[in-house]
Design a protein around this ligand. Structure first.
Ligand code: UDP
Length: 374
């Protein structure tokens, strides 16, 4: 039996690893175990419940207002103990979180091979996104199997000196997760939708990145306020992240404003349903940038840079920065210009075809079979 231990800690990792875990569970010759750090407790648990994943180990490291030092420290300490008991043949990590980096480093200390799902995303800006750009670069150097979602991600890995034979272009597993949800019967609609007249336009907002905390978040909120003031048919739904630094600004600037609805983070199918009801999406989230094109929704990315230029290249996403003026002007332009809107609301799928998880598991099986034969 090949023992594969999948380690993650946050909502986006759980969403993107859930289809891989399902495939690992079905695969012959593989014993799959799951360990979570609990870096984002509540938002992680929502996804575990949804996909009915019961972690074998839960390190439960989360603290209120936790620093990067605390997350890294507590993950490493927990994982050291875990690796004392478990000696997996492969550790699987995903993306760019601090959990991902800490798990790859812990596996390296124990000389256990690492497989990195969603490898090769880059902005080439050390501090943007922070700390994710560095987390994924460090994870790359610690990994043995690199599952790149796109050809561009593969190119980035080659640029970093990763041997081509260790890179596999699989598509992004988020498309697998999204397709799984779209196949299910329609989920109960969020109650906020009942408060919005049918003929109005909805903007769905989600913003939480660490580099957008403070001033950029203030600017974003200012732009949102002005948008609602200027477009009387506009209703805004903002899923407010659990990070207290996000909540403080968003509630202070936007609470009790007419046509602005601040909601708690919702479960994944509800967020997909809200995306499908939106006229357009304003976000700094990586996952939403990948989902919206599959749903035919234009995305305005409130960041200075993106490691997902594929959507921008396909013409379905646009970088609008984080200053109040540019967020307002770019959104207003899209709201006024129907031709531009139609151009951006095509269904496109630059990130995957829904079969990434199957490919990843087949590659793992093949790799370890060959290793055994050698
Ligand atoms: N998401 C969700 N509920 C919400 C907001 C987002 O399920 O209220 C999902 C979203 O659809 C996407 C993922 O969370 O799949 C993105 O996670 P996040 O924005 O936290 O991280 P990022 O993708 O930026 O790393």
């Amino acid at each position: 039996m090949l023992n594969v231990l999948t380690i993650f800690g946050t909502r986006p990792e759980a969403i993107k690893l859930a289809p891989v875990i399902k495939e690992l569970q079905k695969a012959s010759g593989i014993c799959s175990k799951v360990a979570v750090t609990g870096q984002h407790r509540q938002m992680l648990d929502q996804v575990l419940d949804l996909f009915q994943i019961k972690p074998d180990v839960d390190l439960n490291i989360m603290l209120h207002n936790q620093s990067l030092f605390q997350i890294t420290n507590r993950s490493l300490t927990g994982l050291e103990k875990l690796f004392d008991q478990e000696r997996p043949d492969l550790v699987l990590v995903q993306g760019d979180t601090t959990t991902c980096f800490a798990a790859a480093l812990s596996a390296f200390y124990c000389q256990i091979p690492v497989g990195h799902v969603e490898a090769g995303l880059r902005t080439e800006n050390k501090y943007n996104p922070f700390p994710e750009e560095m987390n994924r670069r460090l994870t790359t150097v610690l990994s043995d199997l690199h599952f790149a979602p796109t050809d561009l991600a593969k190119e980035n890995l080659i640029q970093c000196g990763v041997p081509e034979k260790k890179i596999f272009v699989t598509g992004n597993t988020i498309v697998d997760a999204l397709q799984n949800i779209l196949e299910q019967p329609i989920h109960d609609a969020h109650p906020v939708l009942e408060r919005i007249p049918h003929n109005s336009r909805i903007i769905l907002v989600e913003a939480h990145r660490r580099e957008n905390l403070g001033n950029p978040m203030e600017n974003i909120c200012q732009a949102l306020d002005k948008l609602v003031e200027n477009f009387p048919d506009l209703h805004l739904i903002f899923s407010v992240h659990k990070n207290p630094k996000v909540r403080e600004v968003v509630y202070r600037k936007l609470q009790n404003k007419e046509r602005i609805f601040l909601i708690e983070p919702v479960d994944y199918p509800t967020l997909i349903h809200l995306q499908s009801k939106a006229y357009l999406i304003l976000t700094d989230s990586g996952g939403i940038q990948e989902e919206a094109p599959s749903l035919g929704k234009p995305v305005l990315v409130m960041r200075k840079t993106t490691e997902r230029p594929e959507g921008v290249k396909a013409g379905v996403a646009k970088l609008v920065g984080t200053n109040a003026k540019s967020v307002f002007l770019e959104t207003a332009r899209l709201l006024k210009d129907k031709k531009l809107y139609n151009k951006m609301s095509r269904i496109a799928n630059p990130y995957g075809d829904g079969k990434a998880s199957k490919r990843i598991v087949q590659i793992i099986q093949h790799h370890f079979k060959r290793k055994k034969e050698k």
